[in-house]
Write a protein that binds this ligand. Sequence first.
Ligand SMILES: [Zn+2]
Ligand SMILES: [Zn+2]
Length: 257
Amino acid sequence: MNYQIIKIPILPLSMVNAFIIKYTGGCILVDSGVPNTEHKVEKTLIQHQLTFTDIQYIIITHAHIDHAGNAKKLQELSYSKKSGAKIIAHEGDLPYYQGKKEMTFCATSWFAKLFFKTGIVSKHYPRFTPDILLKGDQSFHIPNLDIKVIPTIGHTQGSISVLVDSNKVIAGDLVASGILIGGIMFNNKPKRPPFEENPQMVSQQLKNLISRGCEQFYLGHGGPLNDKQVNNHIRNLDKLDKLDKLDKLDNLDNLDN
Ligand SMILES: [Zn+2]
Ligand SMILES: [Zn+2]
């Protein structure tokens, strides 16, 4: 089967992307964009001779509003006479999808800190319960397709990625590229996304993706990147880890004196 990965520009200049994976007989939506952006999704669907009712699954890579914010609305729009799209997500982010817990945000830059202060990222969005919930290190193989949803925890406690054809991956916010929140310019230059919970775990997940053969990384902000560019990013994340450890040693030294 032939798979076409199509970017949906939720915001221009690749600042925020969602994706359609198109194949014979339907499509899968990966991420939903911020609330009330369904017209952007519809426009891209129409450009590729698809409609909302062709969507068979909606995969949500993690619970940040720019990825999960419009999931409920898009699921409602996907209902045909037979059924609607099934939402797939990981249990690690379930309390946020259900609105039972407030998310925490670890800003990775001064710009992200400012951005957080606008209140846009921590806003509530329509709640939903995924139909297919990945647990722990469980993955989910989409029936009859060469598409696999795998847990890649680290960006958040429930972040997942979508492997297509075994050498392409839609990786959500495991890595970003460009400037500010991502996108805009220098899209071949990897960077950390605006918010990231655990950079060491992210580095490990990116290493795993490369060792299982991923060569092309499609991203929520900026991108796509190739495996070489992602390797550079891994090195930077590992440096960060070393600096962090040195910093802690330094603090211990200070305590001793
Ligand atoms: Zn995110
Ligand atoms: Zn994001």
